[in-house]
Write a protein that binds this ligand. Structure first.
Ligand code: FEO
Length: 400
């Protein structure tokens, strides 16, 4: 059965959600699933805004067919070529052979990579560049280039009559849509925000400078609806979510808060991390504590984006850093986390090395500081280390 909903006048949601996929990009756990959003504009001309992942392909095609209600499909606008949105392009070309592709020049080589059989359509694509417009009748599209948000060919499409920005991956989130398609119809702050932050930090986080560039362009548009490629659509409280994106893309913490992330084999490093967390919390500072072996790395990355100070606690392992902490630090470097303060807790039964090694890796992050007041555990934390813990907690609180 088709499942379509009205987004704005003449704009129909034709995307679909996948709750069977375990990991997005085969990397990031998505226990709440994910939606692949696509939109059909029905006017004198019809235009489909991106397609969908193959995992929801049948539902997507049924939705587009229903929304067209027997009309021909005139345009397929390709804002993003990643296969979670582009996988159904070939199926669309086969089902609606009269369609014309609309894309920018950087998209063309990617179309040839993924759809070598579509050369005739690719050669006849309508190539657009920044500021170009396409009249559909009542609706008018204009194109906003957004390279590296999150691939080089990405663009956003703005529809001026309804004030709808088709924002590609930007403003997206993990999570299947549970019937409601609008952010104001769901408990976004309590049920979705953590997944939105995790999506941002892990998928788009590396490209904060480019996101800032797009936010500046967006400020010049009269945006009444933000229609991303994943997750709920924004038609109310846009400023609130734009504010989150502004913070995230500048890599500014959302709160003056502390996240304690520990790796621990037998519970002794965990005990030290918890003891330190209690002393920090006693100073009135919000603290979150996570075991790196029990949460996904993508959650730890998101917590680093959220918090101002990160306490990283890890044993020394094979003369190096206990692997979950090492993996986190590698990802933080790859994703470009910057401007954070770190405090370190190390453990080593015979040769504690992990603080020195973690500090070296943190030194590779831009504008990140490691507090001098570390805690060194030799096997188990002892009562004699009260002063060491207090000094570290004091330094953490003072750094906020
Ligand atoms: Fe949702 Fe970059 O694809």
């Amino acid at each position: 059965m088709f499942n379509i909903q009205t987004v704005a006048e003449g704009i129909v949601y034709v995307g679909a959600s996948d709750r069977r996929l375990a990991k997005f990009e085969n990397l990031f756990p998505i226990p709440r699933g994910v939606s692949y959003n696509s939109y059909l504009i029905v006017d004198d001309k019809t235009a489909l805004m991106d397609t969908a992942d193959a995992g929801v392909g049948a539902q997507f095609l049924e939705n587009v067919t229903a929304a067209l209600a027997g009309r021909a499909l005139d345009y397929l606008v390709i804002d993003h070529m990643e296969p979670d949105h582009a996988a159904m392009i070939e199926a669309v070309l086969l089902r609606w052979p009269g369609v014309q592709l609309v894309c920018n020049a950087k998209t063309v080589p990617m179309l040839r990579m993924y759809f070598p059989a579509g050369e005739e359509k690719i050669a006849n694509a309508l190539l657009v560049k920044e500021g170009d417009t396409l009249e559909l009748g009542h609706h008018t599209l204009s194109f906003v280039m957004a390279p590296m948000v999150h691939w080089p060919e990405v663009m956003m499409t703005y529809e001026s009559t309804t004030g709808t920005l088709f924002s590609a991956d930007a403003f997206g989130t993990f999570g299947a849509l549970d019937g409601a398609i609008f952010a104001d119809e769901v408990e976004f702050e309590t049920r979705w925000l953590d997944d939105a932050r995790r999506y941002y930090a892990n998928i788009v986080g590396k490209y904060g400078v480019q996101v800032q560039g797009v936010l500046k362009k967006a400020a010049a548009l009269d945006i009444r609806t933000i229609a991303p490629l994943h997750g709920p659509i924004w038609r109310k409280d846009l400023a609130w979510f734009l504010g989150k994106y502004d913070l995230w893309s500048r890599c500014e913490p959302e709160q003056k808060s502390v996240t304690v992330l520990y790796g621990s084999m037998y519970g002794n490093t965990a005990s030290a991390a918890n003891a330190l967390a209690a002393r920090i919390a006693a100073k009135g500072v919000p603290v979150a504590v996570h075991d790196l072996s029990c949460i996904d790395n993508s959650e730890a990355v998101a917590e680093c984006w959220r918090s101002a100070v990160i306490v990283l606690a890890a044993p020394t392992y094979n003369g190096g850093i206990y692997l979950p902490a090492e993996q986190l630090l590698s990802d933080l470097k790859a994703l470009g986390l910057h401007d954070r303060t770190f405090a370190l807790v190390e453990n080593g039964s015979w040769a504690p090395m992990s603080a020195k090694l973690m500090a070296a890796k943190i030194g590779e992050l831009k504008n990140c500081t490691v507090l001098e007041q570390k805690v060194t555990v030799r096997g188990r934390l002892t009562a004699a280390q009260d002063a060491e813990l207090d000094a570290c907690a004091e330094a953490v609180a003072a750094s906020l």
